[in-house]
Structure formats: structure tokens, C-alpha cells
Ligand binder design. Structure first.
Ligand code: GLN
Length: 199
């Protein structure tokens, strides 16, 4: 089974470890460089992107993660993790910094202007079966994607209809929502399969 780490500096680490294990990975928390070196793929959990950004520097993980991403390591970012993977962040703090990740612009806390948290069905390209039950918690949305980015999912109904909430660029995957909170393992399986193919 592929070894998949969850960046364990802040956020809902435990839920991702459980979902990854259920989806067939060997899941473990990553806080140190040596732990990062031992994984085939990495999940950046939901939480608070400004805090994760600061802790990435304090734990001296920024350069090692950028290098692994450049070398093709699969990374899945959920919510704050999506923000950490975005090339450009709108409504971010001036000092927050992401990884050298997906060619996209995300708006932080984007849905919050209408409603802080909500749930909606979202169909994901490459995930079979019924629409995922997507849980959004002070979530970002994607406002612009570069040519190399595949849009995997958009909100279909309500005030946020048409907003991009799931994308993939090469081995990098990002969602605005939190599949780790629903018990539906399909998105984690998608990421485990992606990591298995690369590992
Ligand atoms: N609003 C948070 C941020 O800006 C993300 C929220 C989440 O991860 N649930 O990082």
C-alpha cells in the first residue's frame, strides 16, 4: 500500500488519517523532514491556512515540500490545504505563503460572504457513482485556473452555482470541501490510487 502522510501541524489531521487508512493507504502524520522523506504522497488538511503557513516555516518544511512537489509527489489539499496549494490567494494575509503548487487563484473564505458553512452535492470528474456530499466550512473557491489545470467539480445550485471547488494539475489535487468528514471514501480512494500509480 502507498504510504501517505498528513501534514500534522494544525487542522483536521486525524480525520484524514482515518479516511486514508479506510481507502487502503498506510497513513501517518508528518511533522518532520525525515517523516516527509518517507511518504509517497501528502495530504494538507483543512484548518487555518495562515497558521499552517507559519508552522510550515517554523518546522522547516517549506523547502522540502516544494522540492518533493517539483519532483512529482502527489499532494491533496482540502480547504486550507487547497489554499496552501494555490499559486495566488485573494483575501489572504499579506504574510501567508503557499507551496509551489497549482496554477490557480483562490479566494479565501469566499462563501463566507453569503454563509459560513453549507453542504451541497458536487459531482467529481473521475469519481464514479452519485454526487459527493460536499461539506464547506469557511471554504475558499477557485476564481481562475491556468491552462494546465483540470476542473473536477463545481457547485451546481444556489447562490454559489458555477463556482469551481475541485481541481487537479498533474499529481496535485485540491478541494474546497472536506470529504474526510462524511465517511464517503471515494475522494481519498482517488488520491490513494493516484499515489499508487506514481509510487
Ligand atoms: N478559512 C480557512 C483558511 O483560510 C480554511 C477553512 C477550512 O480549512 N475549513 O485557511
Amino acid at each position: 500500500a502507498p504510504v501517505i502522510g498528513v501534514l500534522a501541524l494544525q487542522g483536521d489531521v486525524r480525520e484524514h488519517l482515518t479516511a486514508l487508512t479506510g481507502a487502503g493507504a498506510q497513513a501517518r502524520p508528518v511533522r518532520r523532514r525525515a517523516e516527509l522523506d518517507a511518504v509517497d504522497g501528502l495530504v494538507i488538511p483543512g484548518g487555518e491556512s495562515t497558521t499552517i503557513s507559519k508552522l510550515v516555516d517554523i518546522f522547516e518544511l517549506r523547502e522540502p515540500i516544494d522540492k518533493r512537489i517539483a519532483a512529482g509527489m502527489p499532494v491533496y489539499g482540502s480547504c486550507a490545504g487547497m489554499i496552501m496549494l494555490a499559486g495566488e490567494v485573494l483575501d489572504g494575509r499579506p504574510d501567508q505563503r503557499g507551496f509551489d503548487g497549482i496554477e490557480m487563484t483562490v479566494r479565501r473564505n469566499a462563501f463566507g460572504r453569503q454563509v459560513d458553512s453549507f453542504e451541497a452535492p458536487v459531482e467529481i470528474v473521475g469519481v464514479d457513482g452519485p454526487a459527493l456530499h460536499a461539506v464547506f466550512i469557511r471554504a475558499p473557491w477557485v476564481e481562475r485556473v491556468g491552462a494546465g489545470v483540470e476542473v473536477l467539480g463545481t457547485v451546481t445550485d444556489g447562490p454559489a452555482a458555477g463556482r469551481i471547488v475541485a481541481v487537479r494539475q498533474g499529481n496535485l489535487l485540491a478541494t474546497s470541501f472536506h470529504p474526510e468528514l462524511t465517511g464517503d471514501l471515494r475522494l481519498h480512494r482517488y488520491f490513494v490510487d493516484l499515489t499508487r500509480a506514481v509510487a
